[in-house]
Write a protein that binds this ligand. Sequence first.
Ligand code: M7G
Length: 294
Amino acid sequence: MSQFEFVRILNENSSSKLIVLEAKHIEAKEDETNSKAVVIFEKPHFSLDESKGLLTVNDHSLQFHNDVFRKFSLYPGKPLNTVQGTLIYPATDAQISKYTFQEQFIVDESYEDWVNLTEPYIKKSAFNYQWVYNILDHKKETERIVLEDTDPESGFVLLPDMKWDGKTVDIMYLVAITHARDIQSLRSLDGDKHLKMLQNLLEKCLTLIETKYNLTRDKIRAYVHYQPTYYHFHVHFNHVKNQQMTMRDHSLKNVIENLKVDKDYYKKVSLEFLVKKNEGLYESYKNRIESASQ
Ligand code: M7G
């Protein structure tokens, strides 16, 4: 981190105790394009042991005292003063944009909109899926894999999401990535082709998580994002306590049920999603959004 200097705040969130900065490499030349970084600082979740340790911290100052209410600032040492840092370097403009606070709009996307506006944007953007292929090809994060089904059509790799420390079960966050490389998103799903794969993935991942993390399945949320950031099909697995539900979440169980009712369900329904003003996809829907606000 000391190789980077502050450029600007991209976002901050007081409820999740998070700040996102743009930084640049200290040795970067003025016109160098590859020198930008995104740095995320987060105050980590407290474990029971840590909170016991905090009770014994002597170094503190009293902020106020009123009747039975006292508020302190505590100054603990290691490891209780840990701050988690995530570094994305070099960061593309798209990544910087993704982490920058922006006005948001709801788009109601019909299947025709997907074909005419969204999919062309995805093709044009030529997203980089290297991290996904590195995992599927066992080139990176191999030791973090907790389950793999190697079947090229119905198989997947399950591993801790980048956002999880891999330890605190209350904030469990795993991601299952399909071996099939041609499923972009919910819109690609076809009941005839993909139902077995989805059922296989859901059942095997839930069974593994139940055993490995000692959780019952009513504590595990399995869902797909629409729109995702990465258009290679993957499923998020969270502890119900972790992560607020968002508009992007589509429960995998519901997805399976919808495809059972109609194999072309996701080629018929309209799907709502949020788009930020600084995202590439906003441009595709700009006319519609602007004319709605006039
Ligand atoms: P998404 O729904 O496409 O986008 O999910 P989101 O990031 O907006 O949720 C992709 C998921 O993959 C996210 O939960 C990321 O945290 C996770 N992820 C992204 N990268 C680059 C990595 C990585 O390199 N390793 C792992 N294990 N997870 C990643």
